[in-house]
Write a protein that binds this ligand. Structure first.
Ligand code: SAH
Length: 215
């Protein structure tokens, strides 16, 4: 029997997102619209709307839906933004951001994942304003900077200075920072001079690799 994806999606939005405090109606609408099952390996699709991360191969995961929503909500997007998404993974997070901003540059270190994510975005009609790049996003992507928002879907030992530098003044970076096991979701606002950091919820992400990540 083919699952009723739309029904599962509605339940996810109500029970995992709205009930837990996700209030941004644009984020809720985007997650109600984007077919998450298209970003999950075929053999694991039945798990698409569960309250957990899911393995996507290469030792990586697609984040728990609540985390994707919380990160997107933290960016307070209006629809006009150019967004940098570090750690494309499946491309699901990038698709959600594409529905919320004007343009998304999503950068992925693992070439196979970048290719798979590009196919997922194409197939779901989300590739129009989402560009996937293969490379080390721990140093950002200066070619398209400055950004109106930056999100990182992997945990860093410290906030990479290059990412803050590539933010426009008053714009935000959301990134898990901590040890390999435990992190806090940090929301950093770039100021004219320096930055302001707000420490959010505890979380657990896969490690950020590359020049500014874990060795
Ligand atoms: N947002 C993704 C999930 C991210 S999982 C989704 O919605 O599916 C984290 C991803 O970050 C993994 O795919 C991993 O390969 C990638 N990654 C880790 N270090 C990176 C780096 N330095 N640059 C770019 N991508 C990186």
């Amino acid at each position: 029997m083919i699952p009723d994806w739309a029904c599962e999606r509605r339940r996810m939005v109500e029970e995992q997102l709205r009930r837990r405090g996700i209030k941004d109606e644009r984020v809720l609408a985007a997650m109600l619209e984007i077919p998450r099952q298209e970003f999950v390996p075929v053999e694991l699709r039945v798990l698409s709307y569960q309250d957990d991360p899911i393995d996507i191969g290469c030792g990586q995961t697609i984040s728990q839906p609540y985390m994707t929503a919380l990160m997107a909500q933290s960016l307070e997007l209006r629809g006009t933004e150019t967004i940098l998404d570090v750690g494309t993974g499946s491309g699901y997070g990038a698709a959600v951001l594409g529905a919320l901003g004007a343009r998304v540059i999503s950068i992925e270190l693992v070439p196979n994942l970048a290719e798979w994510a590009s196919r997922n975005l194409e197939r779901t009609g989300r590739a129009g304003n989402v560009q996937v790049i293969t490379g080390d996003g721990s140093v950002g992507y200066p070619q398209a900077a400055p950004y109106d928002a930056i999100t990182v879907g992997a945990a860093a030992p410290e906030v990479p200075a290059a990412l803050v530098d590539q933010l426009r003044v008053s714009s935000r970076l959301v990134i898990p920072v901590g040890t390999r096991q435990d992190q806090s979701l940090m929301i950093i606002t770039r100021k004219r001079v320096g930055k302001k950091t707000r420490v959010g919820t505890q979380c657990r992400f896969v490690p950020l690799r590359g020049a500014e990540g874990w060795r």
